[in-house]
Design a protein around this ligand. Sequence first.
Ligand SMILES: Cc1cc2nc3c(=O)[nH]c(=O)nc-3n(C[C@H](O)[C@H](O)[C@H](O)COP(=O)(O)O)c2cc1C
Length: 522
Amino acid sequence: MVRAPEYHERTKHATSDFPNPDLELDFETMPRPFKSFRDRPGESLPGVRAPVLPALSVVAETDADPLDGTDQTVRDPVDAVTVASLCYYAAGIKAESAHPADEVAHPMYYRTASCTGNLHHADAYVVCADLDGLDAGVYHFDPKTFSLDVLREGDYRGALADAAGPGAGVGDAPVTVAVTSEWWRNAWKYRERTYRHAFWDSGTVLANLLGTAHAFDLPASVVTGFDDRSVADLLGVAPETEAPLELVSVGRGASVGDSSASESPAVDPVEPETVSHPDHDRSHDLPHEAWAESTLSDGESATAWRDRVREAGPVGSVSPGDGERVPLDPVDYETEVARPLWNAIRRRRSCREFADEPLSRRKLGTVLDRATRGVPGDWNAGDASSLRFNDVYVLATDVEDVPDGSYQFHPDEGALERLGDATSRDQTRLALGQEWAGDAHVNVYCMTDVDAVVEKAGDRGYRLAQLEAGVVLGRFYLATYAHRPLGGTGLTFFDDEVTEFLSPRAESQTSTTLFVLGVAGD
Ligand SMILES: Cc1cc2nc3c(=O)[nH]c(=O)nc-3n(C[C@H](O)[C@H](O)[C@H](O)COP(=O)(O)O)c2cc1C
């Protein structure tokens, strides 16, 4: 077992770690890109309905229910097409090409949400009531065949509601999507860092999932407090290899108690047979250890933990200072670009070439404003007006009317507070020497105080801080690609160097995620 602060410390990137010949990729042990079952019937999914609301509006949705405070009472029905659309826009395949490594026989698949190394270890499972076109059941989403693998037949939402405990909202939702990480599919390349990646990479999936649900006017909220092992049992996964990370409840008004089978069937053990990955060294067990150290044992402890986190309020952040302010002047909702979410998702990619042109201050302001709202989740009881666990810092080196420098972003003021100087060389150096950081000109770091988070929210709070930053990263992708000329990518960084660069303001903090953006050149 490993405690979260120790895990974080042990998995930092230091300049002395590179180059490391041990990090050569071994294609003989490369995992399969998808989980596929040998013994499960498949349920084909119908075509999808495109989420047509503007990407910029839906990524900024802070209410679990987007209709709260409006006069609208009509919603899209939750049916098989809704489920297909949620699965596709959150975790579907949108393109493929020949794999660049000669050793690899399968194509390179590009997915709707971004993932470290394009390794896509986060899988989606659907637990639903009887819907038009889809029977009640527990399903695994298979992006390759665009179908659902049937794991259990019947309405098991009660079991999920029990695992999440009272107050989580799961028992009222017709559909809950559970997201897992199959550790090895990422650990093959990233080893012990996979536990961090699990929350970043499920975070980008959740950004798309929440956005799609909200674009359909459906309530959707992230549930992070639940009895992990009960959820793993329900999904038929063994946490040593694949562990549940989050639940997202979608829709409301379909109370488990109202369904014809008001009591969930018993959760008998299932051990579905899957196509195995090539033989490999199984010694990278820190991700599972850190996960196991932060589990909850039943619904009551989930509720108690959730109450504790809600009561703690914002944690991990530092107070603004009185440094010089640079107003960003984001555009308002009436004049923002109206590119629909489906189109921003399809355009989204990790930009590999930036034009040497300045970024407009207002565009930067708009992307920052929309991408850094809070995330509706059980930890904030629907009050998601701002981030709870992360501060946002910006290194800007070529933005119109913004002097080059390092800044803390203050969302409530819509302004940057100047902290110090920054050059594109600094940007590249901090981002593991990856030149895209300096070429892009704008680098956005999420930062948290791990000790403070763990003190208030336990080791499970570490999951929350990384997850929040992952969702923000996913929202940055979408808000960036809502603008035609812009491009961006997630990147990784030298942890302690980033803290040092942003100190003294950030001296108690450590970076969770990095997104870089600028004018796309390719
Ligand atoms: C959290 C996160 C961190 C990433 N870090 C890096 C990185 O350090 N270097 C890099 O080249 N790409 C990085 N990427 C980009 C992924 O490699 C890229 O998203 C993946 O290959 C899929 O491509 P796509 O985003 O175009 O779908 C990162 C992506 C994410 C989500």
